[in-house]
Design a protein around this ligand. Sequence first.
Ligand SMILES: Cc1cc2nc3c(=O)[nH]c(=O)nc-3n(C[C@H](O)[C@H](O)[C@H](O)COP(=O)(O)OP(=O)(O)OC[C@H]3O[C@@H](n4cnc5c(N)ncnc54)[C@H](O)[C@@H]3O)c2cc1C
Length: 397
Amino acid sequence: MPIEFSLTADQEAFRDAARTFLAKEVAPIVPEMDEKEEFPRASVKRMQEEGYFGIPVPEEYGGLGLGKVGYCLFLEELGRVDASHGTIVGAHTSLGTTPLLSYGTEDQKKRWLAPSARGEKLLAFSLTEPGSGSDSGAVHTVAEKSGDGWTITGNKIYVSNGREADTVVLMAANDVKLGPNGGVTAFLVDTNQQGFAVGRCEKKMGLHGTSTAELILDHVEVGPDRVLGEVGKGFHVAMTALDVGRVSLGAASLGGMQAATEQALEFSKNRTQFGLPISEYEAIQFKLADMAMKISALRYLVYHAAAHQDRMGADPKGWSRLERVEKTREAATVKCLGSEWASEVIDEALQIHGGLGYIRGTPIERAYRDARISEIFEGTNEIQRLVVARDLLSRGL
Ligand SMILES: Cc1cc2nc3c(=O)[nH]c(=O)nc-3n(C[C@H](O)[C@H](O)[C@H](O)COP(=O)(O)OP(=O)(O)OC[C@H]3O[C@@H](n4cnc5c(N)ncnc54)[C@H](O)[C@@H]3O)c2cc1C
């Protein structure tokens, strides 16, 4: 059986069109966005108009229908240009549209998925709380039954797109004592609902174009039509979203690594010291070689995992137990290695730039600040290692 890793002509055409679009519409605004720490509304709107906020969503629900492979191709291209835009698209698509597609009713798909995929609504995903980070099943935002609906009260933190979103896929506890095993439910909360407020927005080391917001829920009333998936099964909903998010984060890391390596390669050929371009020195060549090797290896991991998710389809009812655990382990592997290799590659690229790499406003300096979070969000890399180790101990290699 041959192992086939090539892209179709349509996938290549999509990637090339995305590259051209991003070079024209996104790249030029990034330095100012980073400096002013502003959400890039105009470029986000242009991306929404092009359908880039619904890439893996089937066409019948307003998306481009290009699957996880198409989505990763786009995030790889976006990662070459800017990590903030990548995070905005990722929070919306991986973490917002995935749970709607996999667990939404037909009515929820019409009301929330289709407008989100068409770019008319922006989504966010809210799991983290002040007391619940890595221990993400320990949700304390409470959903109390009221009539046939629910009243949600509590505080969420660190929500990407939280300040701008129209709707939040939000995890609340239907039973705090049960935790992830029956005690967490996913809700669709519109941000214009009574009792919903955006609190503190964090100042950050990087990702200056994204909001990282606190959400305050003070007796927000939601009907039964806003329960996403089954009551008590919200942790599964969240983990399904994160499996997609972790692979796409690997794709964005891949893009960031490529941009940094291309910049370092170019710089090394043009920077002369001791009478020679620094690219002539073996110490620099070995750095560049190591960077290129990591890029090659990550590309296989990302697209292998994305193609596997495409083959599995979006309906969790069709997934065997083995497929689920393999998918989760692959996603953890891609996320963990991708984010660490991105940090290493970008650090080496900065080193090759010498003092210039440390100067505020250079692309490599921004990339260095932006990359670090990928080792932390969507589950820290310690948690990814726990996921892999648990599966290793139960199933072996
Ligand atoms: C910029 C940004 C954007 C974010 N976006 C979102 C978002 O959109 N939605 C959302 O819900 N959340 C979001 N987060 C939250 C993010 O996912 C969490 O910060 C992350 O999961 C870690 O949780 P924590 O910060 O509470 O750290 P903690 O869980 O307190 O961890 C602290 C340290 O302890 C380690 N640790 C914890 N438990 C163990 C263990 N059992 N074994 C070994 N080590 C352990 C961790 O790995 C880490 O190194 C975002 C965070 C940031 C900074």
